[in-house]
Design a protein around this ligand. Structure first.
Ligand code: OGA
Ligand code: NI
Length: 368
């Protein structure tokens, strides 16, 4: 059933890996709906969250970027917004994007059709179960159950949207909605990446060219976090950074995302009809650490279903990104981040357990 119909440019599928296929596991959705469930199985129980610093009650708001000003033909408005964007990347690594032009109904339709997907029977969803970490359509639970010792309270659907578009064939309307949504979101991403490039003092198309954004890998990650009877013991997603360039996330009305800011976990309350954007490891690499990818995590609650849809935008599979030479200061080593093809990087991340910024650490040439 999980047909994949490439459109546009020819598919450039990443190469094979050798990691074992995920174990067959019950979805958390099915588990959360088991009658009388009042405690969670021990495989979902975290003894003590190692990086659960107290959640900050700071009212310092997450930065907001008005997209309409970023693409403004008024040069003063545009450069002011680019400065704000640079500050948001440097201070937080996370920001809201308003007035982006993607219709609200399209965002809502995307969330609804993902909800419908998760409501299919386990057999139906099982047809989308990928065998391999780089399969273009992968339904599953936790992060990587073949290496997760404790499972996360999360089911997911990951679909490659670009350079080749893929879609599950069920629900039938998924394809059309996702095709529109992913195209429009890519347009927003491209403008933000141009702004980030300029904010670093680079030519506006620098990052675009260096990462071959024309053939960028765009992956939709739909996350389902069902209500959990013991939310304080479970975790939706552990602390991690995103591996690509820029992630644009939308969600239903339930909060759950936390961002590490000044060593404190901050709850994020998204502005309705906005994107929550965050920079990934490859902006950190390109900017030579000037803008750092930021740790974030998802917590769960005992009342409401939470759905989030992240569109991760990454360099083309064969692009090997390294720091922009003009950003190196005297005495800094151009090899501080070892260049690695994106597909190898993502394979490294997806085949291992999700662990903070361990992938980025892996390619950092220490001591130089
Ligand atoms: C992700 C992610 C957070 C969320 O999918 O990479 O960080 O709020 N999701 O679901
Ligand atoms: Ni993430």
């Amino acid at each position: 059933m999980a047909t994949t119909a490439p459109t546009g440019s020819p598919p450039s599928q990443p190469s094979l890996t050798h990691s074992p296929p995920p174990r067959k596991l019950t979805s958390v959705k099915a588990l959360s709906e088991s009658p009388g469930l009042s405690s969670i199985p021990s495989i979902y129980t975290f003894p003590k969250q190692p990086n659960h610093e107290p959640v900050s009650d700071t009212k310092e708001p997450i930065p907001t970027i008005d997209f309409s000003l970023l693409i403004s033909s008024n040069p003063d408005e545009r450069s002011k917004t680019i400065r704000e964007l640079g500050k948001a990347c440097g201070d937080w690594g996370f920001f809201m994007v308003t007035n982006h032009g993607v219709p609200e109904r399209m965002m809502k339709a995307m969330i609804e059709v993902c909800r419908e997907f998760f409501e299919l029977t386990e057999e139906e969803k099982g047809e989308c179960e990928g065998k391999h970490v780089l399969d273009p359509i992968r339904y599953g639970t936790s992060f990587n159950p073949s290496v997760d010792k404790i499972l996360y309270w999360r089911d997911y659907l990951k679909i490659f949207q670009h350079p080749a578009f893929h879609s599950p064939s069920n629900p039938p309307s998924f394809r059309e909605i996702a095709l529109d949504y992913s195209k429009r979101t890519r347009g927003v991403m491209k403008e933000i990446v141009r702004g980030i490039s300029e904010s670093l003092g680079l030519e506006d198309k620098y990052i675009e060219k260096a990462s071959n954004l024309e053939n960028c890998l765009q992956i939709m990650i739909a996350n389902l976090y069902p209500p959990c009877p013991q939310p304080e013991l479970a975790m939706g997603l552990p602390a991690h950074s995103d591996h690509g360039l820029l992630t644009l996330l939308i969600q239903n009305d339930t909060v759950g995302l936390q961002v590490l800011h000044k060593d404190k976990w901050v709850n994020i309350h998204p502005i309705p009809n906005s994107f929550l954007a965050n920079i990934g490891d490859h902006i950190e690499i390109l900017s030579h650490g000037k803008y750092k990818s930021v740790l974030h995590q998802a917590v769960v609650n005992d009342r409401d279903v939470r759905i989030s849809i992240a569109l991760a935008h990454a360099p083309a599979a064969d692009a090997a990104v390294s720091p922009a030479p003009m950003l190196l200061e005297d005495g800094q080593n151009p090899l501080a981040y070892q260049a690695m093809k994106y597909k190898e990087y993502v394979e490294l991340q997806q085949s291992n357990k999700l662990d903070g910024k361990s992938c980025l650490e892996h390619i950092r040439n220490r001591g130089i």
